[in-house]
Design a protein around this ligand. Structure first.
Ligand code: ADP
Ligand code: ZN
Ligand code: ZN
Length: 830
């Protein structure tokens, strides 16, 4: 059972500690002696304070042993253990070590990525005078602030209570009242009721129809609307529920000193208790029951539960159109896992972690669910995390980082919308959730489900090869048709004299929609990313002849450049295809569309949702609620409105410009366009009202737009695979992106050039090394950016080569501030 060596009382124990100092030089463990007083507390995975050089530093115990190779005298001691339960399990330590190799990051960075931010130390610097010498010391500040509250409970049995009360001074009326109130909450209103009867009554209450309201809500309800006798009945729920002193003071309109007096009389006990914040405590979740599955769903579920029974690691790809009942399958798979006394993790992309999604999981599993999303405060996040660590919940649902939920007996991992780019972390460690899921699934011998209506090419290719087991749901639950999609050619609009951003078709449909008092979703790709150049007359887009991606305009030297290979050509003034001078940058912002809507449709009510309008905590929910309550006709936004939303009255979906996505300088742009168009189309006509989708584009013939309009994933997949094969992109080749940044451009050019030359000699001859070339975003925060791309089929030693590469350039990195970032299987190539 135990991962710790048998500890002999007489031998000293040595802890291998990795410190929170993010530097390659100290990316290893150091040995510390564990003083006898801490032997109980120091475990594998413990967070500890150790002396490190002249300072004190926080670190993690990665191993325990009885002997050290370091010279005996010099061993320093562990000074402090910070948590009662170690935050890292042996599994997570292993995972961290694997991540540091796989993603060439520091082990400490990988470990920190798994833990809530509050556990990270902040060191404060102080200067002290020691024997007349000035010395700098660093001190670790423990940021974990645990809120404690005073609670009160009865210290006597029911029978003793009346005796005790009669012992009180005759005038202590208030004290008696308060004591009875506390008793009523501890034992229910009727103090003569026996315990057995009570618990029977309690069970009855909790199995009743209204039983699924949480305790907090219940007490709110009771205060507000129930007569006193009913109130007592709901208070039965609170049997042995520990009461906050503050609440007693409020409810009984008394003071703390009254309660204090009761404590002195031996009637109640006052103590302190940790307060856990629950961000959902004021929400009522209506309990839902499992639906009767369709035959198709049943067969899919059966495969998953079999794999749970067999306790084997098995990756599934669940390919199902929107509305085909995937989520219901997730819910029932989780139920099955919970019945087997195991735990489950569900990942959903941040933007679809909407209240609607949370409702479905909370509705089915109630308090067994922890929700982790980025809008939680650090404290709230820490509380949710602790609920998982302490086994108080069995299901974690959240964005990317929820994958590190410290469960110890995982039975299932689900990644919904598995194609989403947000599953890739763009900061160090640059990991992909899919890889982590596979690691944990293997560790626990548990199935992993990747679900999507539009799987990424890599995943679908793996499923076709049998690496993943393909599960397919090709019909919507109620057999609803997917909505018809009209593709509008914006070149023709221009030729017909329409220079507005709304085509004639879209204009008419918006008017109809307004007349019928229905709602619409208008979609625009991200805010004005306008570096590609397009001809408005013929739709021509300037591309790299070698890489098949759009060229990026660089203002600094008035040229168009490919940031994969460095190909450059001077700025164009007319279209090479049709000689029109309508050739210009492309891109419109959501704000501009909003203005145009007001101009062309007087009185229209618009909810705009983009990065600007959703910064504040809760803004996202508020805007959606406004739209959901039909206080607006239009929901206008970027990516974030593309998925997960389900509004009954939405009958029209308009894509203002499909091209801005299609021509991003990224080899995945066609795939992303297909995915996005499929997702937004799924927003229309989900219920009784029939829907319509309009896609405006300058390249209507493009296969990603055509196949999306036909809702034909396989056709898209086949076409795109051809493309990838020809151009040598994933899934036929693997990619690794190396980005160099520096403030001084000539220095950057020289050093990146040399570095890449060195790299070319280390990799196998079949590996293509492209660049260095200026990145698509050539400068960020005054640092110039160059990149080098590796393309390879088989390079088993690459992780090793790359870590050697960083080692070799250590000096440049630390002294000259040349930053080198390595991204394995990059999602963003900018
Ligand atoms: P997906 O996740 O594939 O988009 P959902 O699981 O959300 O699909 O299902 C779409 C809708 O159909 C939801 O409203 C869901 O409650 C309903 N649904 C799913 N499965 C069933 C079923 N077996 N019987 C009845 N309704 C179902
Ligand atoms: Zn042209
Ligand atoms: Zn190129």
């Amino acid at each position: 059972m135990s991962d710790q060596p048998m500890l002999d009382q007489h031998k000293r124990v040595i802890a291998e500690v990795i410190v929170e100092v993010p530097a390659r030089l100290v990316d290893r463990t150091f040995d510390y002696e564990v003083p006898p007083a801490l032997e109980q507390g120091v475990q594998i995975g413990s967070r500890v304070i150790v002396p490190f050089g002249p300072r004190k530093t926080q670190g993690y115990v990665l191993g325990l042993k009885l002997q050290t190779e370091q010279s005996e005298q010099k061993l320093k001691e562990v000074e402090q253990v910070l948590d009662e339960v170690p935050p890292l399990s042996p599994e997570l330590i292993q995972l961290g070590q694997w991540m540091s190799e796989e993603y060439t990051c520091l082990t400490i960075q990988a470990l920190q990525a798994m833990l809530p931010a509050v556990l990270k130390s902040t060191t404060t610097k102080r200067t002290v005078t020691n024997d007349g010498k000035q010395q700098v010391v660093y001190e670790v500040e423990d940021k974990v602030t645990i809120k404690e509250v005073q609670v009160v409970e009865l210290a006597v049995t029911q029978e003793e209570l009346e005796n005790k009360l009669s012992e009180l001074h005759a005038k202590a009326v208030k004290q008696r009242e308060v004591a009875r109130y506390i008793a009523s909450i501890n034992f229910g209103g009727n103090t003569s009721q026996s315990l057995d009867e009570e618990s029977a009554a309690r069970d009855e209450v909790s199995s009743g129809a209204s039983a699924e309201i949480s305790i907090e809500d219940r007490s709110e309800l009771s205060k507000a609307s129930m007569p006193d006798n009913k109130r007592d009945r709901t208070e039965l729920e609170k049997h042995r529920e520990i009461l906050q002193v503050q609440r007693v003071v409020e409810e009984c309109q008394t003071t703390r000193s009254t309660i204090k007096a009761l404590e002195q009389a031996g009637i109640v006990r006052i103590s302190k208790q940790e307060l856990q914040r629950d961000p959902y405590q004021h929400r009522v979740f209506e309990r839902t029951q499992p639906l009767t599955l369709t035959e198709m769903q049943q067969s899919v579920l059966g495969k998953i539960t079999t794999s749970v029974d067999e306790q084997e690691f098995r990756p599934f790809l669940l390919h199902g159109v929107t509305g085909s009942g995937k989520t219901e399958i997730y819910l029932q798979s989780i139920s099955y896992v919970l019945k087997n006394d195991k735990e489950a993790i569900v990942l959903v992309p941040e933007i679809s972690l909407t209240p609607q999604m949370v409702d479905r999981f909370k509705g089915r599993f109630g308090d067994q669910v922890a929700v982790l999303h980025s809008r939680l405060s650090k404290g709230e996040r820490y509380d949710e995390w602790r609920k998982i660590r302490d086994g108080k919940v069995k299901v974690a649902i959240g964005a990317r980082s929820a994958l590190f939920a410290p469960f110890r007996n995982l039975g299932l991992i689900i990644i919904d919308e598995e194609h989403e780019a947000s599953y890739k972390q763009e900061e160090t460690p640059k990991y992909h959730a899919r890889d982590i899921a596979m690691f944990r699934g293997q560790y626990h011998q548990a199935p992993v489900i990747l679900g999507s209506a539009t799987p990424c090419l890599e995943s679908f290719a793996r499923a076709k090869k049998g690496v993943y087991t393909l599960l397919s749901l090709q019909e919507r639950i109620f057999g609803q048709e997917l909505p018809p999609v009209s593709i509008v050619d914006m070149r023709e609009e221009l030729h017909a004299g329409n220079r507005t951003m709304f085509s004639k078709t879209l204009h008419e449909l918006i008017n109809q929609c307004l007349e019928k008092k229905e709602q619409m979703v208008l979609f625009l790709n991200r805010r004005g990313f306008s570096t590609f150049v397009m001809c408005r007359d013929c739709g021509y887009v300037l591309q790299c002849p070698h890489c098949d991606i759009s060229l990026t305009y660089h203002k600094s030297n008035n040229s168009h450049r490919c940031h994969y290979c460095g190909y450059t050509q001077p700025k164009l003034h007319e279209c090479p295809e049709c000689a029109s001078d309508h050739i210009r940058f492309f891109g419109t912002g959501t704000q501009k569309v909003e203005e145009e809507l007001y101009k062309h449709f007087p009185g229209i009510r618009v909810v705009r949702m983009d990065v600007d309008t959703t910064q504040q905590k809760g803004a996202h929910e508020k805007l959606l609620k406004r739209f959901g309550d039909h206080q607006a006709d239009v929901l206008l936004g970027t990516q974030m409105i593309a998925k997960g939303l389900d509004f009954e009255k939405v009958t029209l979906v308009g894509v203002i410009a499909a091209d801005s996505l299609l021509h991003l300088p990224d080899f995945r742009s066609a795939e992303k366009t297909f995915q996005l168009l499929t997702q937004v189309s799924g927003r229309a006509g989900r219920h009784k009202l029939p829907g319509h989708v309009v896609v405006q584009t300058y390249t209507p013939e493009h296969y990603s737009i055509q196949t999306a309009a036909q809702h034909d994933y396989e056709a898209f997949f086949n076409h795109e695979m051809q493309h990838r094969k020809q151009r040598g992109y994933p899934p036929y080749y693997y990619l690794t992106l190396i980005t160099f940044t520096h403030e001084d451009l000539p220095f950057l050019i020289k050093e990146s050039d040399q570095a890449v030359r060195w790299l070319k000699q280390q990799v196998s001859p079949n590996t293509l090394v492209l660049g260095p070339a200026a990145s698509a975003i050539p400068k960020i925060k005054d640092r110039y950016r160059f990149q080098c791309m590796l393309k390879y089929k088989d390079e088993p030693q690459l992780a090793h080569v790359l870590s050697g590469f960083l080692q070799k350039h250590k000096q440049l990195i630390e002294k000259s501030k040349l930053h080198i970032q390595i991204d394995r299987n990059p999602q963003m190539l900018m």
